[in-house]
Ligand binder design. Structure first.
Ligand SMILES: [Zn+2]
Length: 136
């Protein structure tokens, strides 16, 4: 499987760790959008698209979306949000929707996305870029 197209949108005036978004096309037939480009302590990395979850259903162990009252798999009533999950940025509240299975493929995707991101920063007049007011 190969990436046939990579599009990036740097966040303008990025002050936080989120530096941009990316979408990639595989083999000209499958697109994954909502990949985030994040600045970590050891440089840029990508985070795959994810969605907010609440907690596992006690009956069937399915993950249910935030604020769901009934399990989306078995229909049983789901208990309230656990106290530790109420914090908005708790990583436990998020699960990847699509992600590479192997480390090799993760590296491949990350390299391609970050290359496209760096190219975009160096060439802010390219069609998908906004103004050249990007920090750093
Ligand atoms: Zn369930």
């Amino acid at each position: 499987m190969e990436i046939t197209e990579t599009r990036v949108s740097p966040v303008e005036k990025a002050t936080g760790r989120l530096k941009g978004f990316a979408s990639i096309t595989f083999d000209n037939v499958f697109v994954v959008r909502g990949i985030r480009i994040i600045e970590g302590d050891e440089g840029l990395f990508i985070a795959m698209p994810n969605r907010k979850t609440e907690h596992r259903c006690p009956a069937c162990s399915a993950w249910n979306v935030f604020h769901a009252r009934f399990c989306s798999r078995c229909g049983k009533e789901v208990a309230g949000v656990p106290e530790e999950n109420k914090k908005e940025d708790n990583a436990k509240n998020y699960h990847d929707i699509a992600h590479p299975v192997s480390n090799e493929f993760r590296e491949y995707i990350q390299t391609r996305v970050l290359e496209a991101y760096n190219t975009q920063l160096k060439n802010p007049t390219a069609p998908t870029a906004g103004s050249n007011s990007i920090a750093q």
